[in-house]
Write a protein that binds this ligand. Structure first.
Ligand SMILES: *[C@@H]1O[C@H](CO)[C@@H](O)[C@H](O)[C@H]1NC(C)=O
Ligand SMILES: *[C@@H]1O[C@H](CO)[C@@H](O)[C@H](O)[C@H]1NC(C)=O
Length: 247
């Protein structure tokens, strides 16, 4: 069983992990206020891989650190699952995380983690992260497959994302990442696809040009590709798919 510390290698420690990390960072004090996407549960890691966890996610990040993120994970939520008796192989679970901007410092709030949902290969899971009524709300909902209808949700106070002089919705960064931990990350051999991705900002300032700058690329450890970019309105970017693939 892993310690709490080993459960928290998400964005804060992303540099220790292997994979692709892509971000869009707003300027001029504009911030992201909503994220929505659907992720399709991939195949299991290759049979010989026993070391993890492996995480796939898009999330919103304050400028000072921390992250708010629905996470599809392998070897992450075994201890706290809402459908522990699911009759398919227990490989991938979706859960919701919030790490405060000052995670790990004295007096920092604790990390929040929702219960997980086992979902079977090929199932689609819709998730939202929304700034509303002065707090953050996250939800994940399995749309189809054997866990269809299972839902988790979580509220996070604005105080998690203070710091850097900002208030409330201090989340200028959106990040998508394959975050692979452990000693067998080079064996990652499947793609993970997000569909119907929306990122909505507080204002239109800089949004369209920033989103339009997203291009298919490698970061040396993984590859990201995009299809179907459009602006829903002048502050909301949309892609029909974003795919994270091994190098
Ligand atoms: C707040 O921002 C101002 C101006 O950028 C800066 O001088 C000050 O140090 C910041 N304070 C904190 C606590 O970050
Ligand atoms: C963005 O769209 C809103 C609503 O249609 C409009 O009121 C606003 O003027 C637009 N902003 C810019 C900078 O075009």
């Amino acid at each position: 069983m892993r310690s709490l510390l080993s459960l928290v290698p998400l964005a804060l420690l992303a540099r220790s992990a292997y994979g692709i990390s892509w971000s869009l960072i707003l300027g001029n004090d504009n911030t992201w206020v909503q994220q929505k996407y659907t992720v399709t549960v991939p195949p299991p890691p290759p049979a010989g891989v026993t070391d993890g966890p492996w995480y796939f996610w898009c999330g919103l990040q304050p400028s000072g650190g921390g992250v708010i993120q629905p996470v599809l994970g392998w070897k992450t939520s075994e201890n706290n699952i809402i459908n522990p008796g699911a009759s398919f192989p227990h490989v991938w679970a979706m859960n919701l995380w919030s790490l405060p901007w000052n995670y790990g410092q004295d007096g920092a709030p604790t990390t929040q983690e929702s219960a997980g949902i086992w979902a079977d290969q090929g199932a689609q899971i819709a998730s939202t992260v929304t700034w509303e009524n002065g707090q953050w709300y996250q939800q994940a909902n399995v749309l189809n497959g054997q866990a269809a209808g299972q839902t988790v949700e979580m509220y996070t106070p604005a105080s998690y994302f203070l710091g850097d002089n900002a208030s409330g919705d201090n989340t200028p960064m959106t990040v998508c990442e394959s975050e692979l931990d452990g000693g067998q990350t080079s064996q990652w051999d499947f793609s993970v696809t997000f569909t119907d991705i929306y990122f909505e900002a507080a204002s239109s300032d800089g949004v369209e040009s920033l989103c339009a700058s997203a291009i298919d690329h490698s970061d040396g450890n993984g590859y990201i590709s995009f299809t179907g970019f459009s602006m829903i309105d002048n502050k909301t970017c949309y892609w029909s798919s974003i795919t994270l693939s091994p190098q």
